[in-house]
Design a protein around this ligand. Structure first.
Ligand code: PA5
Length: 466
């Protein structure tokens, strides 16, 4: 299995010296790369970066597969309750490998349950999904590493009541709690109330948790070959875990993005030309933003750094975003993800009554999507717009596993280049605390006072129409 990174169109010889990168700038990072790699290795040995080794921990597969078989037999609907890293990876891989699964009937799905990933507390949205499910045939996977996340907690409370109303005392059989092995409210509930549970390994943060039960359990339930997913990542790991910058696609892509950022290209667009991979870009958006967008650098200074990730879809967003990418500010790098071979193709037929369309006949849709990506890349390049392409041969368990692993390693390495800690997210804390305060949580009275004083200092300016 091969994944290639074509970065020709990020270089100065393709897009000019103002925004393009010189070979010397890349080789100039070689020594730093070796140094960073050594630090990463040391931290891995000390057990501080457990996400690296997840694809090699195959014992989880057996446990997950047997639980998944049981759930497949008992339920028609699996509903993930979770948010951020507890939801996005599952959606990404589900749509990559089981595209359209929920739209086909049970028989066509091989009797497998439908999977819904609910990652919001919008009551209208939530209720639509509940109304699609028969509580007696529905199992909720409540997923939270911390076990304290307000959205997931409230979803769980609503779902518990909804199930209890229908099945009475047996409601616990309709829940699997996936959480930290030791701490958090969910873990306490498992211990106290006897819910079934799976562990999220200690030290693995939400956005790096695809290769844990967080995603593996729901994916196994809908027939994803999780052993092949892990194997794809494991087989690829040796290619992204070495210190030669120019032959390590994870390190090299991080370095290219970092060098582009230094040249003012602070927006990083990920644009798969594949419906199946659309949500991989959404998952990556969180990974890149939450990991790299930081105020304080690792040396303690205030920096306010971080590239802004944007997700787009080819060809769809050629008719929505590309005008901006082509002619707007010089502040973006576009990374295409190209699938070299689709599973099926569609011949574009001739239509004699419409001679203007004759140029399309004899071609295929697969050809067209490839040509459009190449055409967009060429046009961006001619307009001095930095762009590159990651090619994967096909969308399979192996390639998706490899791609996810590559992006995770890329993000960690980028954290070192940007000199920030990619594994924390201190910036989301204050909003959470104000939420607790406003929802009346005990111990947050001071925060409620702070909130009131912020509001008191503001002169309201509200325009209400109609
Ligand atoms: O990547 C992360 O750590 C976050 O996005 C979390 O996944 C998100 O905040 C949800 O947290 P938890 O899994 O603790 O409910």
């Amino acid at each position: 299995m091969q994944i290639s990174l074509d970065y020709s169109n990020m270089m100065a010889d393709a897009i000019g010296s103002e925004f393009g990168i010189y070979d010397g700038a890349i080789s100039g990072l070689s020594a730093q790369t070796k140094n960073i790699h050594q630090k990463i290795q040391l931290r891995r040995e000390r057990g501080e970066l457990p996400f690296f080794d997840l694809p090699h921990s195959l014992e989880v597969v057996e446990e997950i597969s047997s639980l998944a078989s049981e759930l497949q037999e008992t339920f028609d609907n699996l509903v993930v309750l979770g948010i951020g890293g507890s939801a996005l990876g599952t959606t990404a891989v589900f749509n990559a490998l089981r595209y359209g699964h929920n739209l086909i009937d049970k028989q066509q799905r091989g009797g497998l349950p439908r999977l819904f990933v609910l990652d919001n507390v919008d009551p209208d949205g939530f209720l639509v999904y509940l109304s699609l499910c028969d509580p007696a045939r529905t199992c909720f996977l409540v997923i939270s590493k911390s076990g304290t996340t307000v959205e997931t907690t409230s979803q769980f409370l609503v779902a518990r009541k909804w199930i209890e109303k229908k099945v009475g005392d047996h409601y616990r059989d309709h829940f699997i709690l996936i959480t930290d092995p030791e701490s958090g409210i969910l873990r306490e509930l498992v211990d106290r109330e006897g819910y079934r549970s799976c562990n999220i390994p200690t030290g693995v943060g939400g956005r790096f948790s695809v290769f844990t039960p967080v995603s593996l359990l729901p994916l196994a339930c809908v027939g994803v070959d999780i052993a092949a997913l892990l194997k794809g990542a494991a087989d690829f790991s040796s290619l992204v875990c070495h210190d030669d910058l120019e032959s390590n696609p994870a390190y090299l892509n991080a370095a290219l993005q970092y060098l582009a950022y230094q040249r003012g290209l602070r927006i990083s667009v990920l644009m798969p030309y594949s419906d199946h991979l659309r949500d991989i870009a959404d998952w990556f958006r969180q990974l890149w933003a939450e990991s790299l967008g930081k105020k304080i650098s690792t040396d303690g200074s205030v920096r306010h750094v971080g590239p802004t990730p944007v997700n787009a879809l080819g060809t769809t967003d050629q008719h929505s975003q590309v005008q901006l990418y082509m002619e707007g500010p010089f502040d973006k790098v576009v990374t295409f993800v190209v699938v070299d071979e689709f599973y099926q193709d569609l011949q574009i037929p001739n239509y004699g009554a419409a001679p203007e369309t004759a140029y399309l006949s004899g071609h295929t849709m697969g050809e067209l999507i490839h040509v459009e990506q190449q055409a967009t890349a060429a046009a961006l390049t001619r307009n001095q717009r930095s762009n590159c392409a990651i090619h994967i041969p096909r969308v399979t368990e192996a390639t998706v596993g490899a791609l996810i692993y590559m992006f995770e390693v890329q993000t960690l390495f980028a954290g070192y280049l940007f000199e920030v800690n990619p594994l924390d997210q201190p910036g989301v804390e204050e909003g959470k605390q104000f939420t607790y305060a406003l929802m009346g949580r005990q111990g947050y009275a001071d925060k409620a006072g702070e909130y009131a004083s912020i509001k008191a200092c503001m002169k309201p300016r509200v325009l209400t129409c109609g």
